[in-house]
Design a protein around this ligand. Structure first.
Ligand code: GAL
Length: 711
């Protein structure tokens, strides 16, 4: 009898664990795996992510990147456990917007939308459940639940590559974290939906992930200009004065951000103008528009009892309040319609260019608890994981209806929001960690700004300013400090140089964002995604044996303070107190951005920049299309003269993107790529050429001049 029970039990256990994942290739190199009964409401459904099917279809077909039989799913007590194999020396990147680490192998992460609390533990503004492996594939668990990732930490008895037993008494290489050969994921539902993205390298897998989620965001050109957020209780007159001051000082400015004081009530919000501070918002918007400046509005989504929409929206709000404001169910059609009506009537229809959507991340103390209920039926947890995404989607859709692009800020995001024109920011303000977040943003399909607020010294001000210029949104957030770009006179000229450089770089930056949209290449990304960088570990330089200590790689090679800005620029920020730093260059010749001077090849160099500059380097054959310094982004259809820089010795090629810079017409084909080619002529001299504009396509390029740097 006993034996029979044992056999039955064993059979049952095998049946439970043997459930296969149903794999289906959706596009070349993109597989969907379904196990059990996954939730209907997922991250991708919340975001409404629509794959760029035509582009994905054209991609090279590749093999499934993992041994399929070793991708394992199991249902235990109604919860799903997933397991993905890891090889020795394989590194894992991504799993959300981390601020202190780039290497995730060896970590345990509880992915949970929250403010960043100073530790990379999974609680962050964009806890995207997507990771990419150094072996060139990516994995997304498409669930809006809190997920726990054991990234190469669990050691199983049946591990394919077992950890070695060591004696701590005698063996110095004993490690409290023995080798683990798998990523294990806990999904608290009766099934899971998983996507696997293959690639010829990690960047290729990321591109597939981004394209699958709709491609990256393409901001309007003005979104790449400079933006200043003014002090929270500014009046319309003070805003006008500030815009005039920017002009007088010769500082670029494309949009001004109004902080909470534009609203009659905030925290919770009324969503209407404060009549005292802003008696005639429409006139203000027009006046600024005449100066080439737009307005962006801060808000949080929590509705004040004094808001004109408070009563109408009440039935479509959650069970709990935030600062005594109701929480609109952004998954419910009626709530969306009422809120959208108010935003349109009072703000978008008069020409407000976008929003800064605050407080959609956390703290737990003031947000709704997990047991909160929402009329649309999704849980408090699912709402928490997707609220920022839903808010982005709602506001973006209002601009789409008007065929106008927006570019704004948000404090929470998640998988699937890759094509939302929003940049994440926070209050954490560690300059070093802000740069690590920029490095990590490229692994998970989000944009991040290392915003500048206040500074203790002119030096800090300059250092922070330099990095925000090489980021998705060049912004001073003076909501509290009231700082202006020229606030530190001792560095004001140097700050101005960088503000102008941002404007000069616009043709390059805009094209890099177009590549994010059309090809999925993140405009700001980690060094490990750069050709010739991977594998060049300090450990391998020192001839250390990674086989015996697989964590050596993680310990030694993590590069989190330098990054790529587009195809050709390597940015290596200096922080307060530093006038020199080490920079790791990928293989190939590299040149100084400012002088064109050769600096090194596949080696660690010591940067000692002149004039307090931020070290920036360009790859051999690098082409940087620039324009002349200007105060505002070009208006619709305005032609811009190009100064195309070439660096190094190699011939080169660059795809320059062109469209109207404002509307969504590019989605219907109203754009062109202009091919810039630098070639040696018969006498060996480099010569530049740019292809003619496509017929009947936008053409905003004026005169073209080539500059050969360092020659
Ligand atoms: C914070 C936000 C700041 C600023 C401030 C205004 O939550 O992160 O950037 O907008 O609110 O009250």
């Amino acid at each position: 009898m006993m034996r029979l029970w044992t056999i039955l039990l064993l059979l049952f256990a095998t049946a439970a664990s043997a459930q296969p994942i149903r794999w289906q290739e959706e596009y070349p190199g993109v597989w969907k795996g379904t196990f059990g009964k996954p939730d209907n409401y997922t991250l991708l459904s919340a975001a409404g992510a629509t794959p760029q099917a035509a582009t994905l279809e054209r991609l090279q077909s590749v093999d499934f990147p993992l041994p399929k039989m070793e991708v394992h799913a199991e249902l235990i007590d109604g919860k799903t456990y997933l397991r993905f194999p890891l090889q020795k020396n394989e590194q894992i990147y991504g799993l959300g917007l981390n601020f202190q680490t780039v290497h995730q192998r060896g970590k345990i992460l509880n992915l949970h939308v929250d403010h960043y609390g100073g530790k990379d533990n999974g609680r962050t503004h964009a806890p995207v459940p997507f990771y990419v492996s150094s072996r060139g594939y990516g994995v997304l668990v498409n669930s809006a639940q809190y997920l726990t990732y054991y990234v190469g930490t669990g050691v199983r008895k049946d591990a394919k590559v077992p950890a070695e037993v060591k004696d701590r008494n005698t063996d110095k290489s004993w490690n409290s974290r023995p080798y683990s050969d798998a990523v294990e994921v806990y999904v608290p539902t009766e099934g899971a939906e998983v996507y696997v993205f293959a690639g010829i390298n990690p960047l290729d897998a990321i591109k597939r992930y981004n394209l699958f989620c709709g491609g990256g965001a393409l901001p309007p050109k003005w979104g790449l200009g400079f933006t200043q957020r003014v002090q929270k209780l500014y009046t319309a007159d003070e805003v006008i004065k500030e815009v005039a001051e920017f002009e007088e000082h010769g500082f670029p400015l494309d949009f001004i951000g109004l902080e909470p004081g534009w609203q009659s009530k905030a925290y919770p919000c009324s969503f209407e103008w404060d009549k005292g501070r802003f008696p005639n918002p429409e006139a203000l918007v027009k006046k600024l528009a005449n100066k080439g400046v737009r307005l962006n509005l801060w808000t949080n989504p929590y509705i004040s009892p004094e808001s004109p929409i408070s009563k109408a929206i009440e039935p479509f709000t959650g069970s709990h309040t935030v600062w005594n404001g109701t929480v609109p169910d952004l998954n419910h059609a009626d709530a969306k319609c009422i809120l959208a009506g108010q935003l349109s009537r009072s703000q978008i229809d008069i020409g407000i260019s976008g929003y800064k959507i605050d407080e959609v991340d956390g703290y737990d103390y003031y947000l709704w608890p997990d047991m909160a209920k929402f009329p649309s039926g999704i849980s408090g947890i699912q709402m928490r994981q997707t609220y920022g995404v839903l808010a982005q989607k709602l506001t973006d859709s209002l601009y789409r209806q008007q065929n106008k692009r927006t570019f704004g800020l948000v404090r929470a995001s998640n998988a699937g929001a890759n094509n939302m024109p929003y940049v994440i920011y926070n209050d954490y303000y560690s300059h070093q960690d802000f740069i690590t977040a920029l490095v990590n943003s490229g692994f998970c399909g989000v944009l991040w700004t290392p915003e500048v607020r206040g500074s203790k010294t002119g030096e800090e001000w300059l250092r922070r300013f330099q990095t925000v210029v090489f980021s998705p949104m060049a912004m001073i957030n003076a909501w509290s400090s009231g700082t202006k770009p020229w606030s530190f006179p001792e560095v004001a000229e140097k700050v101005k140089y960088y503000a102008q450089l941002r404007m000069e770089l616009m043709p390059y930056l805009y094209s890099e964002f177009a590549k994010y949209h059309f090809e999925g290449t993140p405009p700001f990304r980690a060094m490990v995604l750069e050709e010739g960088f991977q594998g060049q570990t300090k450990a391998s330089l020192n001839n250390q044996d990674l086989e015996t200590n697989p964590y050596l790689e993680a310990v030694n090679k993590e590069v989190k303070d330098q990054y790529m800005c587009g195809e050709y620029l390597l940015v290596a920020p200096l922080f307060t107190g530093e006038s020199t730093r080490k920079v790791l260059l990928p293989k190939g010749n590299w040149y100084d951005f400012y002088s064109g001077r050769y600096v090194g090849n596949g080696e660690e160099i010591v940067a000692k920049p002149e004039d307090d500059r931020i070290p920036v380097y360009v790859k051999d054959g690098g082409i940087i299309p620039m324009t002349t310094a200007r105060l505002h982004a070009p208006a619709a259809g305005e032609k811009v003269n190009l100064i195309i820089r070439h660096y190094g010795e190699k011939e080169g090629m660059y795809n320059l993107y062109d469209d109207d810079g404002l509307s969504f017409d590019y989605e219907k084909g109203a754009y062109s790529w202009r091919r810039i080619v630098l070639k040696r002529n018969a006498s060996g001299k480099l010569e530049g050429d740019i292809s003619a504009p496509d017929k009947n396509k936008p053409n905003t390029i004026g005169t073209v001049k080539f500059e050969f740097m360092g020659q």
